[in-house]
Design a protein. Structure first.
Length: 348
């Protein structure tokens, strides 16, 4: 397969389009394919008409600042913690429940219990996103799924890079899973997460298999990284950040603080290099403007090749982890797919 790498102008053009005078915007498509398969391009990509009015308005909003300005880890964590607090308050109005901050096996967790607890014998483990170095989803990813499934969700605040590189986060998941196995049968446990949390979901599953632990009933890696050695075509070609709504300028590094001194092709760190036979049923979810579209779809194919039950759902025209925006009908649709999947698999 010819590898195609997009020219940086492509990313810069799309960022600038939201901020420039309309008269100076790129209005025509242009692409040149070089002898080695590299594509240098500029593209005008309109929003698809299939999007909801809410999604169209969200993606059409002007950017108030240049979101490509680097943040320190402290700034990033402070901003995302404040965002999660807002998500918590908003989502509890839609999905009533209680949240208890506690620890399991020494790991801090948000223990989310829906007001209507339908299945006391089931539990879901939520692993938040945030680039392995911050928390972008401990509430926004757990509360909707708890509410729609009627199942307790344990949202882990696992150790983060750069202070705690791989495998610290995986070790935290394994510790909590072992603790939950004292109360719940493995076929009544599911694990899910978005972005970094999706990667951690798969890393933990590979580690569980290596440790010969009983496997959980189901996995939900939503917008999942496949390899720390290669970001995939969509990460170079086209991607938008769903939380801040911009096109990241890729610098060639893939979460190096999280990887630390580990070989990027380590089979736990990069599940694409793992033995994926005998994995639980898995739902992969992504979107067309997701930087991890390629990785997520490649993982789904790898799971199928290994003989597993794998379902892949791709939303048109939406960015990375768009389901963190509770105002979008598409987010509610995505949450519904997640909930239905766990209802089915944990009910067998």
């Amino acid at each position: 397969m010819i590898r195609r790498a997009a020219f940086a102008l492509f990313s810069i053009t799309l960022v600038a389009a939201a901020q420039e005078n309309p008269a100076t915007r790129i209005t025509e498509n242009h692409a040149v394919t070089e002898a080695d398969g590299t594509v240098r391009m500029q593209r005008v990509i309109p929003l698809p008409q299939s999007l909801s009015p809410e999604a169209t308005a969200w993606l059409s909003r002007p950017l108030a600042t240049d979101a490509n300005v680097p943040q320190t880890i402290e700034q990033r964590r402070t901003a995302l913690d404040a965002s999660q607090a807002r998500h918590r308050d908003e989502l509890l109005k839609l999905f009533p429940g209680t949240i208890k901050d506690t620890t399991l096996a020494g790991v801090p967790v948000h223990d989310v219990t829906p007001t209507t607890l339908k299945h006391k014998d089931r539990v879901l483990i939520c692993l938040h996103g945030g680039g392995f170095n911050a928390d972008s989803g401990s509430y926004s990813e757990s509360i909707p799924v708890a509410g729609l499934t009627g199942v307790r969700v344990v949202s882990l605040l696992y150790r983060l890079a750069p202070e705690h590189p791989f495998p610290a986060g995986v070790d935290d998941v394994i510790a909590v899973y072992r603790e939950l196995l004292k109360t719940y049968r493995p076929n009544r446990i599911g694990i899910f997460g978005s972005s970094a949390g999706a990667g951690l979901t798969l890393q933990a599953a590979v580690k569980m298999k290596q440790l010969k632990l009983p496997m959980p009933a189901a996995l939900g890696p939503f917008s999942a990284p496949a390899s720390m050695a290669d970001g995939g075509d969509s990460r170079s070609l086209y991607n938008t950040d769903g939380l801040r709504g911009y096109v990241p300028i890729m610098d060639g590094t893939l979460d190096t603080d999280y990887v630390g001194k580990t070989d990027p092709r380590d089979p736990v760190l990069s599940p694409m290099y793992a033995d994926l036979h005998d994995m639980p049923p898995t739902l992969f979810l992504t979107s067309e403007r997701d930087l991890l579209l390629s990785a997520t779809s490649s993982l789904s194919r790898a799971f199928i090749r290994a003989g597993n039950q794998s379902q892949l759902i791709v939303f048109e025209g939406l960015p990375h982890c768009f389901w963190n925006n509770s105002t979008l009908p598409e987010s509610h649709e995505a949450w519904g797919y997640m909930a239905n999947f766990f209802d089915r698999e944990l009910g067998r």
